[in-house]
Structure formats: C-alpha cells, structure tokens
Design a protein around this ligand. Sequence first.
Ligand SMILES: *[C@@H]1O[C@H](CO)[C@@H](O)[C@H](O)[C@H]1NC(C)=O
Ligand SMILES: *[C@@H]1O[C@H](CO)[C@@H](O)[C@H](O)[C@H]1NC(C)=O
Ligand SMILES: *[C@@H]1O[C@H](CO)[C@@H](O)[C@H](O)[C@H]1NC(C)=O
Ligand SMILES: *[C@@H]1O[C@H](CO)[C@@H](O)[C@H](O)[C@H]1NC(C)=O
Ligand SMILES: *[C@@H]1O[C@H](CO)[C@@H](O)[C@H](O)[C@H]1NC(C)=O
Ligand SMILES: *[C@@H]1O[C@H](CO)[C@@H](O)[C@H](O)[C@H]1NC(C)=O
Length: 502
Amino acid sequence: MMWLFVLGGLIASTGSPVSARCQIELSPPKVVVEYGDPFSVNCSSSSDHIEGMGWESPEGGTGFMNGVSSLPLDVDSIALWSINAQCYVTLSDGQQCTERLPVTVYKTPDSVSMPQPSPTGPMVEGQKYRVQCAVAEVAPARHLVVQWHKGDEIFSVDEFNVSSVSPLNVSSVRELTAHRDDSGTRIWCEAMLNFLPAGPQLPPMQSKSHEVIVLLSGEGCSLILKPSRVVVGFGEPVSVSCEAARPVRVLGWESAISASHTQQDLSVQWKVDSLIDWIEEPICYGVFFTAPRQCEEKLNLVLYKTPDSVSIRPVNHTGPMVEGKEYQLLCEVQNIAPVQYLTLRWYREKTEVYNHSFSDLTSSSPVQVSSILLVTPTKAENGAQYRCVAELELGPEGPQPPPTVASEPLNASVYFPPTFLSPEPEVVDLTVGAEISLNCRAAGNPTPVYSWQSPHPTQETMENEAVLTSSSLLPGTYTCTASNALEKKSKQFIVKAKTKGV
Ligand SMILES: *[C@@H]1O[C@H](CO)[C@@H](O)[C@H](O)[C@H]1NC(C)=O
Ligand SMILES: *[C@@H]1O[C@H](CO)[C@@H](O)[C@H](O)[C@H]1NC(C)=O
Ligand SMILES: *[C@@H]1O[C@H](CO)[C@@H](O)[C@H](O)[C@H]1NC(C)=O
Ligand SMILES: *[C@@H]1O[C@H](CO)[C@@H](O)[C@H](O)[C@H]1NC(C)=O
Ligand SMILES: *[C@@H]1O[C@H](CO)[C@@H](O)[C@H](O)[C@H]1NC(C)=O
Ligand SMILES: *[C@@H]1O[C@H](CO)[C@@H](O)[C@H](O)[C@H]1NC(C)=O
C-alpha cells in the first residue's frame, strides 16, 4: 500500500537560501510506503534559471537531465527498509541545490498474539497475572501502537521507542489483578502502525481474545476433592478426582504440570505419573450455571522426601569426653521435605533424651537442617550409644508408621578418674607364713595403672598390679596409687601382725 501526501501550498522546505533560489518542490513531500510497493514523487522547480535536475537514489535514480524543470522518481517496488533519496537542481549560474525526500517503509505484523505467560485458564481473585502481546515482524516499530482491551474498555496503550527500521518482534507486557467484575469479559490486544497526523490509516490487527474467568474461593463451592488431602513420595504417582455437586458448565484442574478440564462430566481427574514438582499447587475450579458461578478448591498436597542422610558428630571436639564437662552433639539431616513435618529424636541407648521439631519452617522443597544436643556425661554413660532419628510425621494420609531414617550410632567414651569401691584404709591381719591379698582395684577410664609403696625400703620390688598377693609381707602401712590420665588416687592398707593368744 502506498500513501502520497497531498501537497498543500508551497514547499515547506528547509529555509536554506540556496534551496529557496532553486525553488524545489517535491510532490508529495514525504512518502510512507509498504515494503514491496511502488511509489512515485515529482520533483519540480519553478526557477527561471534552471539548467537541469536529477534524482540521486539507490532505487530509481535518474542521473542529470538537462533542460527539465520537473522530474519524477519512479520506484516500482521498494526493496529497502530505508532509502536515502534526494532531488538536485542546477541553476544556469552553476549553483546547485538539493532536497531530501523522507521515505518511511513499513510492514504490517505477521501476527499479533497473546502467548504465555498470559493466563489462558481461570484466574484466582486478587492474584496478579502477567499478560503479553507479541507482535511479529513489524516495521518500523517506533510507529507501532499496542492497545490492551478488556470488554469495552482500553485499559492500557503501549508505544515503542525503537530506532531500528527493519522488521522486529516486539511485545507489550502488562500486569493484571484478577477481579470478580472482570469475570466473563474478554481480553485481547490490538496492534497498529500509526502514521498520524497525516499518513495511511492502516486497519488494526487483533490477537485472539481470551475469556477472563475469575474464581472466587470459599463457601458454597460444591466441589469435592477425593481425597481432599494427599501425601505423595517424591517421584510417586498421584491422582485426585474433583467432583461437582451441581450442574457445571466447565470443570477443570488448574495445574502447572497436568491441567485438564471437562464440559460434559461432573468429575475430572488430576493425575501425575511421577510427581517431582515441589511447587505444584493444583486447584480444581468449576464454572456453574447458577450462583456462585465460579469457584475453586485448592488441593491439600504434600510432596515428601525422606532424608538422603542423617549423621551425628561432636561439635569442636574429638576423642573421649570427660565426665562432668559439657559437650555438644550435632545431628545433620540432608535433603528433607517438607521440613515442617520433621521431628528429630535424640536417643541415648533406648531412651529418647530430646526431640526437635521444625514446624515453624515453611519450605516445601528439600532443605538441610540440624539439631544440637547438649550432654554432660557421667561415668555411667561410658560406652553408651547416641543416635539421632529423623521422623516424617505426615498425618493419617501419610505412610504408617511414619518413615524414619536413623544416624549411625555415636559411641560415647567418657573419661573419669580412678574410683575405689571403698576408699577408706583397710586393716589386714597377718598370720605368719600365710598368704595375704591387698586389693587396690579401682574403676576408671582410661583403665588405671597401679603402684605400691612399702614401709620397708629393703623389701623386694613390688609389682605394679591392682592386687598384691604375697606370703612374705612385713607388718606396716602399704600405700597403693591408682592413676590414669585424669587423676591419681591413693588407698592405704594397714597390715598388722596377729597377736598370739587372742
Ligand atoms: C510534475 O510537476 C510539474 C510542475 O508542477 C507538472 O507540470 C507535471 O505534470 C508533474 N508531473 C507529474 C508526473 O506529476
Ligand atoms: C528513546 O530512547 C532514547 C535512547 O534510548 C532516549 O534518549 C529517549 O529519551 C527515548 N525517548 C522516549 C520518548 O522515551
Ligand atoms: C521473530 O520471531 C520469529 C518466530 O519466533 C523468528 O523466526 C524470527 O526470526 C524473529 N524475528 C526477529 C527479527 O527477531
Ligand atoms: C567451634 O570452634 C570454632 C573455632 O574454634 C568457633 O568459632 C565456634 O564458635 C565453635 N562452635 C561451637 C558450637 O562451640
Ligand atoms: C518431645 O519431648 C517432650 C518432652 O521432652 C515430650 O513431651 C513430647 O511429647 C515430645 N514430642 C514428640 C513429638 O515426641
Ligand atoms: C560402638 O560400640 C558397639 C558396641 O558397644 C561396637 O560394636 C562398635 O564397634 C562401636 N563402634 C565404634 C565406631 O567404636
């Protein structure tokens, strides 16, 4: 299509004195032409002193023509997106002047559409949605105007500040808030090339229109989900049916991975063979013949995953613990979901000593969590095993018994000083020639080592045993020392000669 401006009166051309002497007129003074179309422009001069004129142009250029005062530029089919054309005039005194011809080459869009992320299904009242209008292969984009329509209303207009003159894909994006009054209206976008105030009037191109369905949540919905709550292991199949309790025009599932709808049945299934989408929130909606005309029911869906690992270790500490000191044990749980259903239970041997729940967290996708147990071991706990068990309590719809993952046990080694059964001195009667035993045995970790001190320096070297057995001891006070890495403890044995005749 070609558009020639009607020349109104004398040339509006640039007030250059030279041009003014040449008195060049272009008719029409500007061209707006569709790519591939012909156009023609007359260059003329009303000067009396004209020697000749010519058109310089990559298409339809003429060369210098002697003795003419009017010369057309004829282009059969414009095949450039921008064209630099000018008419030049030479006067008899040798002066030359030129007049540039503004040419706008346009192309109407190949298509106008509302692709994703525009909502094609029902929207939930109060939520925000992005709508996009895609205009394919239009030129020049700076003349493009996109109008957004909702029912009878134009709710937004977009223009494009783009310098490129060749065809471009452009898009206009708007954010909508779903409102109940919009339900049932249609939304579409319209693209047109605007060459106003003077230029061709091209018809606008429209995208397909979409019906806006706004779902109201809440009472009187008459949609029943069976089951109403589902608990699914990661990667497992799931199916839920949504049933309408009254005649329905459209019944469907809004879901990122498995949307479906029906216009015939009173029931529609949401079915996934292997659920792995942590953010899936399926919603069943119904569009009814009677009020409330639209409503929705959100599925209570729990996708869970047992932890990859549960491990236990002391914090900032290696080796045995010492009786009476405070230590921290750390339990780490990798990749658990949803963490709000997790309880970490700490066991010493068979006894639960602490539990930690994470119900205040909200993540639906897998996370890593940990728990710290403070312990102050006693010597009785030497050798005890600590364990941490992750339990996912997913409710009655979940697996029974609740899935658990236990850590490897942590063997507690508790150091404690040597401890005698009775630390008081012992009195031992000595019968000459009879063998006696002095028992210095003490509990302790590490196992104590013993040494003995005799009151008789000349006596043979005594062995470093817990129990001293001999038939050759002389009376006196013997001291035994039990020692380990923590402490030395001593105990005395008073060996008395047995008085005859008593
Ligand atoms: C070009 O303009 C001249 C002078 O106005 C006129 O005589 C002539 O007919 C025009 N030619 C065309 C092709 O319009
Ligand atoms: C158009 O874009 C240019 C460069 O990006 C900028 O300088 C100019 O201000 C913009 N004009 C409008 C109307 O936005
Ligand atoms: C416009 O989009 C179409 C389809 O996506 C593509 O084939 C074409 O190359 C794009 N054109 C430009 C100028 O980007
Ligand atoms: C562990 O030790 C590091 C460095 O010694 C210290 O910064 C950190 O606070 C300690 N952690 C605990 C739980 O005591
Ligand atoms: C956690 O421990 C507390 C007491 O320590 C106990 O009352 C509670 O029942 C335990 N919670 C669970 C879920 O076992
Ligand atoms: C922990 O103790 C158990 C039994 O008391 C033993 O079988 C196991 O080997 C010990 N583990 C380590 C790592 O010492």
